[in-house]
Design a binder for this molecule. Sequence first.
Ligand SMILES: Nc1nc2c(ncn2[C@@H]2O[C@H](COP(=O)(O)OP(=O)(O)O)[C@@H](O)[C@H]2O)c(=O)[nH]1
Ligand SMILES: [Mg+2]
Length: 283
Amino acid sequence: MKKDKLHIHWYPGHIAKAEKKLKEQLSLVDAVIEVIDARLPFSSSYDNITRLLGEKPRLILLNKSDLTDANELNGFIEIIKEKTGFPVLKSDAKNSKDLNIIVKKAVELSEPRIQAIMKKGLLRRPARVMVVGMPNVGKSSIINKLTKSSKTKIGAKAGVTRQQQWVRINPQLDLLDTPGIIPMKQEDQERAKKLAFVNAVSENAYSNEIVAKELLQLLDKKYPKQVKEFYKTENLTLEDIATSRSWIVSGGNPDIERTAVYVLRDFREGKIGKFILDELWTD
Ligand SMILES: Nc1nc2c(ncn2[C@@H]2O[C@H](COP(=O)(O)OP(=O)(O)O)[C@@H](O)[C@H]2O)c(=O)[nH]1
Ligand SMILES: [Mg+2]
């Protein structure tokens, strides 16, 4: 492993444990809401999600859509819809505009399971759904948004190895109040990098300087004009940005660490612009 290269590693032990927990949660629900970071419409979805979910119906939410350009995002939405056959909605966890449509779609997706239960002679019950997704994509924010309207904890249902807490969103929908997380099993370092840019990887796994440098390189390819205008520099290097901001350490050298932290923050908070880091034409 070269020191100047970003290399992100996932631990097999964590993955096995997390997958086991997720499978238990999945066995309790009729459908799942998969939360994706809209800035990474392809890279922040699990490759193996179909294997993990089996036949489970899925509502795909491109969350943090407020940090992307709506027109650019629409192209990705069409492709994901076509590829998965599932409904895809954009969402902004800080805004409750899309709340009703999310609830409606989750109920709709669960209906075949409810029908199957009723065919067996059981009474209709509310749909049971859960939220899954990578770290930091906004799972807890979505759960909060859904549960804000109704704070009715309907108590614990026993899972196989633990009690699970449910919230009744409305008479048609119960939501598991803990999200499902699968740490990435990731040999693809290009994707790992992108996940680090949006903070979906533990910050212990990399150095700010290396991630910020790689982020600037990617932005320089895709959105050079906007980013150069924001930083008021000719070149998108940490050195140039530090100098243009007069962030200098003793000895007169540019303060690279400070600049790296700021660049990552500017990007993650959407200050530089509305960006999507995946390419529409790759898959
Ligand atoms: N701009 C923006 N920020 C969001 C959105 N959803 C979540 N966040 C922020 O992203 C961070 C991670 O959200 P959280 O819900 O904790 O993600 P989780 O790890 O998937 O549960 C928090 O700082 C949230 O405030 C969104 O739709 N737009
Ligand atoms: Mg969370």
